[in-house]
Ligand binder design. Structure first.
Ligand code: NAD
Length: 479
């Protein structure tokens, strides 16, 4: 096993060619609730990153897994994850501060993502190309899909299991080799997942893991030209750096959002709309790229909506994330909680009303802000915390305009029972996904997932990620 004990803590090095290797430099990983140091991870140097990439590259050149082998390894991975579900969920709770109920749900989603990845491994196919023009009578053409080679996967802290599965599960399903660099704040669950893949029969070299910080280890990954494609989930700032540093190589970037949700006066069930906006704005302590952040409510139902939202927010339990009753755990760090506390000062100073929002260490009590302006940071930037801003509107056109008034474009939600408005929203809202009668936070892991504008490029979701992670090669046969 890759972990070694340093006094009473765990140490994870870099996983290269089937073995864990130590680095000269290391980094502590903390329990985000207790503050206790729970592990130490390597900080991979430039040479170690190159060693991992070289091994992935040579493995890709020398070895291939058949679609059936990939399918079986992925399904075996599912079996082991199911057996170890509680331990894995608790690992997420400790290293991310996520509430246990959210962590369990993340493992369940990861299992479904792995199953869908396994299924995709067996159905990768090209297409027939009709060559109907004069002179091509004796030619036939068709395409095949071939793996791109070495994939560099760089992942964020907020869904440290399912988002890693979305990358490595599909990279393997599509026949590639992978170098994974997990978020330095939540690396342990990835280290466990790598071991699970090995136990499931993935041969060495197909999945290497390097630990470390973004600006060093992550940056070294970008410099290695043997990586054919990067699949990144994280902040727009880093997404831009990745695009700027990788030339004409392929990238998939899944970035941020300040998700809008419109609740029209004809919403079929106002209570349900309130419940979804509140619970999905505050689950994961608001640290999801599709968390409900901006809510636009028709003026006729605005006061009723706000009253119900405040009432429901008051019932949410903030506290120890290991307690199964807890709804909201701490943010990833006290520094982040202080940032959001400062952002909330702006609406406070400018006369907005704020329910909640008190900070205790790394905890931020869920906040509902009303009487907000569109230029306040809690509205116009990605807040990534349990903060919802509610704004009334008069016409649906005005609501569409406010929802679109953002550099982001990942997902948006609309509550209405009017089919015409639903279809109008589908056409007018400039987002990667428009969700009718549910919130922006809805994600089924099999659907195409990805944004427009500053929310990124390319799609995730097993069927769609396989397209990104393979090249389409055209074959012409002159008969
Ligand atoms: P982040 O961008 O700070 O870090 C993400 C990863 O990038 C980490 O592994 C980090 O070490 C690495 N990194 C940082 N600098 C790098 C560099 N110069 N070169 C290479 N790698 C580098 O993001 P975070 O704080 O971990 O996560 C929060 C962000 O992720 C939010 O903006 C959120 O919206 C976004 N997110 C998006 C999605 C999506 O699917 N669209 C999902 C979850 C999170």
């Amino acid at each position: 096993m890759g972990q070694t004990h340093i006094s009473n803590r765990l140490y994870y090095g870099n996983f290269i060619n089937g073995i864990w290797k130590d680095s000269n430099e290391s980094l502590a990983v903390f329990d985000k609730y207790s503050g206790e140091e729970i592990a130490t991870i390597a900080i991979a140097s430039k040479e170690e990153v190159r060693e991992a990439v070289k091994n992935s590259y040579e493995t890709f050149q020398a070895a291939k897994l058949s679609p059936m082998q990939r399918y079986e390894i992925l399904l075996k991975t599912v079996e082991i994850v199911k057996q170890r579900k509680e331990e894995l969920a608790l690992t997420i709770v400790e290293e991310s501060g996520k509430a246990l109920k959210d962590a369990r749900s993340e493992i369940d989603r990861g299992i479904q993502t792995l199953i869908a990845s396994a299924e995709e491994a067996k159905r990768i196919t090209g297409q027939g190309i009709p060559l109907g023009q004069p002179g091509n009578d004796n030619k036939i053409a068709f395409t095949i899909r071939v793996p791109v080679g070495v994939i560099g996967a760089i992942t964020p802290f907020n869904f440290p299991f399912n988002l890693v599965v979305h990358k490595i599960g599909l990279a393997i399903a599509a026949g590639n080799t992978v170098v994974l660099k997990p978020a330095e704040k939540t690396p342990i669950i990835s280290c466990l997942l790598v071991e699970i893949f090995m136990e499931a029969g993935l041969p060495k070299g197909f999945l290497n893991l390097i630990n470390g910080n973004g600006h060093t280890t992550g940056q070294y990954m970008l410099e290695d030209e043997r990586i054919a494609m990067y699949t990144f989930t994280g902040s727009p700032l880093v997404g831009r750096q990745i695009k700027n540093n990788t030339g004409i190589r392929k990238v998939t970037l899944e970035l941020g959002n300040n998700s809008p949700n419109i609740v029209h006066h004809d919403a079929a069930d106002l209570d349900r709309a309130v419940e979804l906006c509140v619970t999905r704005g505050f689950s994961n302590a608001g640290q999801a790229c599709i968390s409900v952040q901006r809510v636009y409510v028709h003026k006729d139902i605005y006061h009723a909506f706000v009253d119900k939202a405040i009432q429901l927010t008051g019932t949410l339990k903030v506290g120890d994330p290991k307690d199964p009753e807890t709804d909201i755990g701490p943010l990833i760090s006290e520094k982040e909680a202080i940032r959001v506390e400062e952002w909330l000062q702006e609406p406070r100073d400018r006369g907005a009303s704020i329910y909640g929002g008190e900070r205790e260490g790394a905890f931020l009590h869920p906040a509902i802000v009303t009487n907000v302006s569109k230029d306040m940071r809690v509205i116009c930037e990605e807040v990534f915390a349990p903060v919802i801003g509610i704004t009334p509107y008069e016409t649906i056109e005005e609501a569409f305009e406010m929802a679109n008034d953002t550099p982001f474009g990942l997902q948006a939600g609309v509550f209405t029972s009017n089919l015409n408005i639903a279809m109008e929203a589908s056409h007018k809202l400039n987002f990667g996904c428009v969700i009718i009668n549910d919130v922006s936070t809805f994600r089924a892991d099999v659907m195409p997932y990805g944004g427009v504008k500053d929310s990124g490029v390319g799609k995730e979701g097993p069927r769609f990620a396989v397209q990104e992670m393979t090249d389409e090669r055209n074959i012409v046969i002159n008969l």
